[in-house]
Design a protein around this ligand. Structure first.
Ligand code: ATP
Length: 323
């Protein structure tokens, strides 16, 4: 598959601050990459290097094979960027604003009209095309920003917190729109909102203290992160002690945590097993059946992206403190 963005051992120093520390990353066409990281991780600096606004101190970045510094003008034509609050002229009508923005990309005449109409269609703005931007809802204004970023049909689209400040219905709509827009172009979605990235992106990169701490599909990251497999079991057992005592007899069980109890006797436990153990669910069910404890729930418990994110960020902070 064609590589759209390539970062090769990129470093960035601001005086004594080593903000980016050896970033290497290839983004193929059609991929939606979520860039996650806490404040100060280096997300904005990375985006500024990708867009050619900042030169790397070491290493290089290229878009479709063109170096972002040596070919900065051509590179900028290959990127659409939607900042967190899109800089819109609120008193202008949608269509006039898009025509104006298209002119800034040197689009003229028929080409400009076609580009504006295409962006309006792609971003589902037909009914709003003659409305004044300042009178639109935030969700619609965001779509206008997105349309403006797409006018020159760039192969790489960078979206910074695209759903910040939107209501849940607008978030769902924007998420769908982003997925529909992916197609043959690549996207980088910078966000703090983990469920958003999880639902929208094909690939997730977690950045902390200037380094990539995780890179993979959500599924692979969580599979690799879960460590020892855990199972949640809920049954009606006479007392917690007996419940725990029975569960711990299952072969390879390492730890039993009672996580909730109801006065009616329903108790939930999380049982951890050594990795590589055979699926213990039949044995967990059997333990309850043997004691005549009714079973209400039994399932594998996967780690969440949030747990993984917190663990990686804390580890990066720990390394920094030790250094
Ligand atoms: P946030 O989520 O808060 O926007 P971020 O992940 O985008 O954070 P960056 O803005 O890239 O992080 O900052 C990374 C590091 O580089 C920080 O320590 C920041 O203080 C530093 N930094 C960024 N820009 C400059 C600059 N122009 N001059 C000096 N230091 C800078």
């Amino acid at each position: 598959m064609k590589t759209i963005l390539s970062l090769n051992n990129v470093h960035k120093h601001f005086g004594s601050i080593h903000a980016i520390r050896g970033l290497t990353l290839d983004v193929p066409s059609g991929q939606i990459l979520g860039l996650l990281g806490p404040n100060g991780a280096g997300k904005t600096t990375s985006i500024r290097i990708i867009t050619g606004v900042l030169p790397p101190s070491r290493g290089n970045a290229s878009i479709e094979g063109l170096d972002t510094i040596d070919h900065s003008i051509q590179v900028r034509k290959k990127i659409g960027y939607l900042p967190e609050s899109a800089p819109l002229y609120r008193e202008m009508r949608v269509v006039d604003y898009l025509r104006y923005r298209a002119a800034l990309y040197s689009l003229r005449g028929r080409v400009r009209t076609d580009a504006v109409n295409r962006a309006i269609d792609l971003c589902r703005l037909r009914e709003a095309r003659s409305r004044v931007i300042g009178e639109l809802s935030k969700g619609y204004r965001q779509r206008v920003g997105l349309a403006a970023a797409l006018l020159h049909d760039p192969p790489l689209l960078i979206l910074d917190e695209p759903t910040s400040g939107l209501d849940p219905a607008q978030v769902a709509e924007t998420r769908k729109l982003i997925r529909d827009l992916a197609g043959r172009r690549s996207m980088i979605l910078v966000s703090h909102v983990l469920p958003e990235v999880e639902k929208t992106c094909d690939r997730i990169v977690i950045l902390a203290r200037g380094k990539i701490r995780a890179d993979g599909t959500t599924h692979d990251l969580l599979a690799g992160a879960s460590g020892s497999p855990r199972f949640l079991i809920e049954a009606r057992a006479p007392d917690a002690q007996a419940f725990r005592g029975a569960l711990v007899t299952v072969p390879d069980a390492q730890m039993v945590d009672i996580i909730s109890e109801e006065p009616s006797g329903w108790r939930r436990a999380l049982v951890s097993f050594s990795s590589g153990a055979a699926d213990p669910r039949p044995l967990l069910a059997e333990v309850c059946a043997r004691s005549n404890w009714p079973l209400r729930e039994l399932r594998a418990e996967t780690a969440s992206l949030e747990e993984l994110y917190i663990r990686l960020v804390e580890r990066a902070d720990g390394e920094e403190a030790a250094a």
